[in-house]
Design a protein around this ligand. Structure first.
Ligand code: SF4
Length: 382
């Protein structure tokens, strides 16, 4: 692929920004206007044989990638719409074909404990293995790759462009990255050679075997813990809770830095009893140092009739999490709120001061609080 000069980049920005309108809503505010658009083509579909399937009788296959374990007839696709049974073999249709490519602040993922104030080269393909009624990016997550405008961006080009835009990490984000795992794995291997971090924002709905492969290339994972009951998962996301909890335990066992996001949706998952149970589970199973972001819901997609999360609810959740012993608790999608800052759990002084995605001050020395030398969990240097 020919490299892109600045004039070409700017020419394509408008088109990309329009198409990615849904993506700009991710995390709700502060899209920095930087986008990469090159070789966009509707319905560009490359095939790549997936290692994550089992052949069944009569040319049917069972996908082993996520807990849905779709059994797929010849010529058909699984639930996520990006994997197809071609003559008894199962293929990814989105390898090297992202429909969203942005340079974002790492804080937008949101990672608050990974290389603050750096840029993350962020990509997504079409498709998702869940169907959340509050999805901010439903235009691409609920689309098939044949319906979106896609880039022809092989893994080596992703890493090259990330370096070119001085990104310290490459993020698979916006939709569920599990569905383009083969692409992620190859990007991750190449990124490691360049000392660029590989990070994901994921729903955690993945089977243990592919996750084991992913952990080998993954530096950090931001996981949506969307609620803490199976009923909520079934009704609002179409998934289930247990596999997500297993994913979190596996990430911990593999030493992958993990942050959690809990979007609080009024009347759906805003019970303080449920939030308290979730915080207790996090503290017991993952430890008190896992950052937890409570995020404000805004009405969209299939939940337009609900109001935005009241600030009082977010603050009550934040206090509950601190009462339960979690050390790093944040309120997201409320720019300027003091709960965007990182506080040292030992001396209680502010060690990272933020406003939205902007970093105002960092008081860390080699990953420790500069005031009392207490270690602060995170990836602070590469
Ligand atoms: S990754 Fe897609 S095809 Fe595979 S089990 Fe999950 S939803 Fe089904």
């Amino acid at each position: 692929m020919a490299s892109m000069d600045r004039r070409c980049f700017l020419k394509h920005c408008g088109r990309c920004a329009i198409f990615l309108a849904g993506v700009e809503m991710l995390d709700t505010v502060g899209f920095d206007g930087t986008a990469l658009a090159q070789g966009l083509q509707k319905g560009l579909v490359h095939r790549k044989l997936s290692p994550y399937f089992t052949p069944l009788d009569g040319e049917r296959v069972r996908c082993e990638l996520c807990p849905r374990e779709c059994e797929v007839e010849k010529g058909e696709r699984g639930e996520c719409g990006v994997r197809e049974n071609v003559d008894g073999k199962y293929y990814s249709l989105v390898y090297g074909n992202p429909c969203a490519v942005h340079v974002d602040p790492i804080e937008k993922k949101p990672f608050f404990h990974v290389l603050p104030a750096t840029s993350s080269f962020s990509i997504a393909t079409a498709g998702c293995n869940l169907h959340c009624k509050f999805c901010q990016n439903w235009e691409i997550s609920q689309a098939r790759p044949d319906e979106t405008y896609n880039h022809d961006l092989p893994p080596e080009e992703v890493v090259k462009q990330a370096a070119r835009y001085q990104c310290r990490s490459i993020a698979s984000t916006y939709v569920e990255p599990t569905i383009f795992i083969e692409y992620m794995l190859d990007i991750g291997r190449l990124a490691k050679e360049q000392k660029i971090l590989k990070v994901i924002h994921s729903n955690g709905f993945i089977n243990p075997a592919p996750l084991k492969d992913l952990c080998k290339v993954l530096d950090a994972a931001c996981i949506d813990l969307k609620g803490f009951t199976d009923d909520f998962y079934r009704e609002v996301t179409g998934g289930s809770l247990k596999p997500v909890l297993e994913t979190l335990k596996q990430l911990k066992e593999n030493g992958v830095h993990t942050e959690l996001v809990n979007l609080i949706v009024p009347t759906k998952n805003d019970s303080m009893d449920e939030i308290r149970s979730m915080c207790r589970w996090i503290r017991t199973e993952l430890g008190p140092d896992v950052p937890l972001h409570f995020s404000r819901f805004y009405p969209l997609y299939k939940l337009k009739s609900l109001p935005p999360t009241p600030l009082a609810t977010l603050e009550a959740a934040w206090k509950t999490a601190l009462d339960e012993g979690l050390h790093y608790v944040y309120i997201g999608n409320v720019p300027g709120h003091p709960a965007e800052n990182t506080t040292c759990p030992s001396c209680r002084k502010t060690v990272i001061e933020r406003n939205g995605y902007q970093i105002r001050n960092v008081s860390l020395i080699e990953g420790r609080c500069q005031f009392c030398r207490h270690p602060i969990r995170g990836i602070w240097a590469v």
